[in-house]
Design a protein around this ligand. Structure first.
Ligand SMILES: Nc1ncnc2c1ncn2[C@@H]1O[C@H](COP(=O)(O)OP(=O)(O)OP(=O)(O)O)[C@@H](O)[C@H]1O
Ligand SMILES: [Mg+2]
Length: 304
């Protein structure tokens, strides 16, 4: 488990609804319990009044600069514009010029339409947070855990630096992208975790996503197989219960059917990839209580 948290950045991705936000919150609490200065980050969407991740920390949203949250963790939203602003401030030393440029609507419209420009902004915002230091020279945010957007959009982000470098191999933007790649492609500093549900289609999608991430040269942490249903029946009990359950709907049937499915999914993942798979069990909880319960397992190393 310690190894899980000994990184600068963890990217939590996977298909929609698999539990990315819940596990991001749980990992953040667990890392904090283990003494890390943790920042949870999500990617800004202009049209949302609240986000499920912020709700898990008792807020509607996170601001564009890190703020302390309940439980000792900090939170931030990564915004394209914040990244652009920080980038321009670095390369153009006259801040009046930067502000003038960034407040020009025509320029903004052009920049927003430029391919990958938004992703580049998000990426650069993340990079500046990763490199931020305290007066004592230590990193301000020792571990940043990012609640990534669903699968396809994640690949949109992880592929940005190489796409940009292809188009612009030199200059200040290229240099920033290379700096970013140094962190993001280094397995000692970064790990991507794919969240999957123990069912047929989600496992297939997780395997596809892993392939895509490998193509983007991202270091893989492994799969978080979420909502795993452990088997509570012996083979004899199963044999005797099967005909009864085929006849009628009874309480507990979901677990009876769910556990073989979970085992099957685990086997398929093991066969289809060589990555580490951590099981996170299904629990009868929601929201903060759910994240806290999973965090305890992560912190104590009970997740296997
Ligand atoms: N281990 C678990 N046991 C029981 N319920 C769970 C578990 N993990 C997640 N859930 C539930 O699954 C739902 C989806 O979780 P969550 O919002 O974290 O997923 P997500 O991948 O972030 O979704 P989105 O694609 O909407 O961002 C929530 O209702 C959550 O409570
Ligand atoms: Mg989410």
């Amino acid at each position: 488990m310690q190894e899980l948290f000994d990184r600068r950045v963890l990217l939590i991705t996977g298909k929609g609804g698999v539990g990315r936000s819940t596990l991001t919150a749980a990992l953040a609490h667990a890392a904090h319990k283990r003494g890390k200065r943790v920042l949870v980050a999500e990617i800004g969407q202009a049209d949302s009044d609240y986000t499920p991740l912020a709700r898990l920390f008792g807020r509607d949203t996170f601001p564009k600069d890190p703020i302390p949250l309940s439980g000792g963790v900090r939170g931030v939203t990564l915004w394209p514009r914040k990244g652009h602003e920080r980038f321009f401030k670095k390369v153009i030393p006259v801040s009046a010029l930067v502000n003038a440029a960034l407040s020009s609507h025509a320029l903004q419209r052009m920049l927003d339409a430029a391919p990958s420009f938004n992703e580049m902004g998000v990426f650069y915002h993340l990079l500046t947070l990763l490199l931020e230091q305290r007066p004592d020279g230590k990193y301000e945010h020792e571990l940043i855990i990012v609640d990534m957007p669903a699968s396809g959009h994640t690949l949109g982000l992880t592929g940005v630096p190489s796409r940009v470098l292809e188009a612009m191999p030199s200059g200040p933007i290229a240099q920033a992208m290379r700096e970013g790649q140094e962190v993001m492609h280094d397995p000692k500093q970064c790990a991507v975790w794919v969240v999957a549900l123990p069912e047929l289609l989600p496992v297939t999608e997780a395997l596809e996503l892993l392939d895509g991430l490998v193509k983007d040269k991202m270091p893989i942490g492994g799969v978080l197989l979420n909502r795993f249903v452990p088997d509570e029946f012996t083979p004899e009990e199963r044999e005797r219960l099967q005909p009864l359950l085929e006849e009628r709907e009874v309480y507990g049937k979901a677990r009876f059917i769910g556990s073989p499915r979970s085992e099957e999914a685990l086997e398929r993942l093991d066969r289809g990839s060589k990555v580490r798979v951590l099981r996170i069990t299904e629990r009868p909880l929601q929201g903060k209580a759910l994240a806290a319960s999973i965090a305890e397992d992560f912190a104590s190393g009970r997740t296997a």
